[in-house]
Design a protein around this ligand. Structure first.
Ligand code: SIN
Ligand code: CO
Length: 381
């Protein structure tokens, strides 16, 4: 279990003073940190087809990036390269535990856990991100430089690498195992490994307005909604046929505003969209479905675990009506089991003792059975 060791501020003070505002180094944010996964295991995962991975290397200022899956690393030599893996939380239960330390930020804001192994001099180069990231240093050490936000010119150092021009550092530190560097979006940064080192980055991101609107439009099309036309039965004669007057401009704007203001429609979209998986998951539907009796027995003995990368949310305003959102869809349940469903949405791992009281509730057993059959949840071994 990874627990944050905050000494310079509380979680609330961090959110007030740093979150989305300025970078900060949290020295020994994890005490006695040990890599949840070895470099060899990481290299093995990067050989899998469904995993998003990149190898980045540089020689004499020339950058190269290759995309996985990889078959071998033998050609790379001893220095100046790093292996980066996206969404490690979907492939390693142990590594996913790091995210648990950051649960004071809601899960809908989470993107993924990225991990990197780097040899001496290994780096992804100076760049800016569009997300908030907590870079957790694992074994070995890296030097990190972070610049101030503002105008920074970006350029392609390679077709797959967007770099930023040199910047003055406001943070310039050597990170050791357990140190955490928080960087908000738009602050240029560059890490360079001082030896063979591991790093785990917990990333949080939001959507741009255009991506949200485009996804909303797709949602309306899929659900055959938003087909209303502008109606103007009380129109008065105009003297300027080329003009769109103030009232008409408002009419056009209201058409869109109305569907955004329809909370039933928009909430259904937002919940479904936010719960869509951000990265490929290790999804294997359950081929030998459990019987209700099996589930009832196992519930009291074994923890119920959520598949790595699966997103499950509810709105505080509607959960009592029996609505939640799992993996991109609205899921309705009987409101009498709301507190059990909330437990499953709030926690990646629900302890057996917390579910024991639901073991004879057929509505809850049905709900869990559906989730187990889909492969979204599973019982720990
Ligand atoms: C890395 O771990 O090498 C890169 C992390 C980052 O810059 O966001
Ligand atoms: Co970065």
């Amino acid at each position: 279990m990874f627990q944050l060791n905050l000494t310079q501020f509380t979680q609330e003070e961090f959110l007030r003073d740093y979150w989305q505002k300025k970078p900060v180094l949290i020295k020994q944010g994890f005490l006695n940190f040990e890599d949840p996964i070895s470099p060899d295991e990481l290299a093995g995962i990067a050989c899998e087809e469904q995993v998003q991975s990149r190898l980045i290397h540089h020689t004499d200022g020339k950058w190269q990036a290759d995309f996985g899956p990889f078959e071998s690393y033998d050609h790379l030599g001893e220095e100046n390269w790093s292996l980066v893996i996206q969404a490690l939380d979907n492939w390693s239960e142990d590594a996913a535990q790091i995210i648990e330390a950051f649960r004071f930020i809601p899960h809908w804001r989470l993107d993924d856990l990225m991990a990197s192994f780097a040899t001496p001099g290994g780096s992804v180069g100076p760049h800016m991100d569009k997300y908030d990231t907590f870079i957790c240093q694992g074994s070995g050490s890296r030097r990190w430089r972070v610049g101030d936000n503002g105008e920074h010119k970006e350029f392609s150092a390679h077709t797959a690498l967007l770099h930023v021009e040199s910047f003055d550092a406001i943070i310039d530190e050597e990170l050791e195992a357990g140190d955490i560097l928080y960087i908000p979006p738009g602050f240029p940064h560059e890490g360079s490994s001082l030896n063979n080192s591991m790093s785990f980055s917990v990333g949080f991101r939001t959507n741009s307005t255009v991506s949200l609107l485009s996804a909303f439009a797709d949602h309306l099309i899929d659900n055959d909604q938003g087909n209303e036309l502008i109606q103007d039965p009380n129109r008065a004669a105009t003297q300027n046929s080329g003009a769109i007057d103030t009232k008409d401009y408002q009419l056009i704007k209201n058409q869109l505003q109305q569907i955004l203001d329809n909370d039933e429609v928009f909430r259904n979209f937002a919940g479904s969209y936010m719960s869509q998986a951000k990265h490929e998951m290790d999804l294997v539907p359950n081929e030998e479905p459990f019987s209700d009796e099996d589930i009832s027995d196992i519930l009291t003995q074994t923890n119920l675990l959520r598949l790595g990368g699966l997103r499950a949310f509810y709105f505080t305003d509607t959960v009592d009506q029996g609505i939640c959102y799992i993996n991109g869809s609205q899921v309705d349940f009987d409101s009498s089991i709301t507190s059990a469903v909330k437990l499953m949405c709030d926690n990646v791992c629900v302890a057996a003792e917390d579910l024991a009281q639901w073991k004879d509730n057929s509505l809850f057993i049905d709900f869990v059975k559906t989730q187990l059959d889909l492969g979204y949840w599973y019982f720990s071994e």
